[in-house]
Design a protein around this ligand. Structure first.
Ligand code: ADP
Ligand code: DP6
Ligand code: CO
Length: 334
């Protein structure tokens, strides 16, 4: 008998070519293609249990009942699962992050990838990885990539409406020979004051630089694919760095400006430049938060971590490698 209580685990991913901006808010369709590495650290574990006796959905995040926007986003996702499955039962969702929530460390990616996998199973939807990725995208676009292990490309799709929805999902990118380290500088793990969603909406609506960055994203992606195929860490790093800094430039030009980069972020960036001057290939990428992810060779990870901590005293580091895709946990649920 199919169980109506399912648990899934998913890991965050960090984009080397960023997604920033939607062309359809309701369907969560991105403006640009993106490319990422799923991590082997900071898993989210999510259980979805159908709860026919309850009048409403229950949502618990890290042991505390969710309210406001975080709850609304999960309930909207459950509504989508009910629409797709033709079922009406409310659900009880219990989700636990090990990644800091809302800090620019991709909690929405691991969170909605785990919710997509557990929720689809609980509602009896039999979806292949592409369909799961498309589904996860509706919760958070970055989550579409966390369905897959290691490197993934998320397509923006073409057109509008149903065609755009169908075409926008991630797929794995096969680069078995490229196995870098990502040293994560935990500059500030507190929640951001402006969510990724709100920040990109404002950027698209008001930043005169947004169009130029989005127009250059296609070339960045093509260059990145070629660099990954060559296993060329320096080229991968340079492209990722320029793509991320360009994205932050679009935000700085928004009205009012969105600025996630803090003095400690810039201190880490200086440390990364010093490493490069000393002959250590190390490259930085930043998301919607002050934390820095430094791409390097695994044999240099300890040295990079030490340089980061020296550049920004008090800043802890975590070293990540390529990690697994989202999956149901075996057998534990009844
Ligand atoms: P981040 O950089 O952490 O991805 P975002 O602003 O993109 O930050 O998203 C943070 C929001 O994602 C949270 O406020 C919450 O709404 C949602 N979220 C985070 N973790 C989970 C989770 N495990 N389950 C469901 N939603 C989550
Ligand atoms: C800067 O996927 O968190 O991390 O789709 O509104 O949930 P929503 O936003 P989200 O945005 C991530 C932005 C980014 C770049 C990236 O991960 O590609
Ligand atoms: Co996010």
């Amino acid at each position: 008998m199919p169980s109506d209580r399912r648990t899934a685990v998913a890991h965050p991913n960090i984009a080397l070519i960023k997604y920033w901006g939607k062309r359809d808010e309701r369907l969560a369709v991105p403006n640009v293609d993106s490319l990422s590495m799923t991590l082997d650290v900071f898993p989210t574990t999510t259980t979805v249990r159908l709860d026919p006796a309850s009048g409403t959905d229950g949502v618990t995040l890290d042991g505390t009942p969710a309210a406001g926007e975080p709850r609304r986003r999960v309930v909207a996702f459950l509504d989508l699962l009910r629409e797709l499955s033709g079922r009406a039962e409310p659900a009880a969702v219990d989700t636990r992050n090990t990644v800091p929530t809302g800090a620019g460390l991709a909690s929405s990616a691991s969170g909605f990838a785990a919710l997509a996998v557990a929720g689809a199973a609980a509602y009896g939807l039999d979806l292949d990885p592409t369909a799961l990725s498309r589904l996860a995208r509706r919760g958070s676009v970055s989550a579409a990539r966390s369905i897959f292990a290691a490197f993934a490309v998320c397509h923006a799709g073409r057109g509008s409406g149903a065609a755009a929805d169908l075409g926008s999902h991630a797929e794995p990118l096969d680069v078995p020979e490229f196995d870098p380290a990502l040293v994560i500088a935990l500059v500030d793990t507190g929640p951001k004051t402006v969510s990724s969603r709100a920040a990109m909406r404002r950027t698209v609506a008001t930043s005169p630089l947004y169009g130029a960055w989005a127009a250059s994203a296609g070339a960045d992606l093509a260059d990145m694919r070629a660099a990954l195929r060559r296993g060329d860490l320096a080229a991968v790093g340079e492209i990722a760095e320029r793509n991320s800094l360009g994205m932050h430039a679009t935000m700085l030009a928004a009205r009012p400006a969105v600025r996630y980069l803090s003095p400690a972020t810039l201190a880490v960036l200086d440390g990364v430049l010093r490493l490069r001057r000393d002959g250590v290939p190390a490259y930085a990428t930043m998301d919607a938060g002050p934390n820095v992810k430094v791409l390097c060779h695994p044999r240099d990870a300890a040295r990079v971590g030490a340089a980061v901590r020296e550049a920004a005293p008090g800043c802890a580091t975590v070293t990540a490698r390529r990690g697994p895709g989202a999956r149901l946990t075996a057998g534990a649920d009844r």
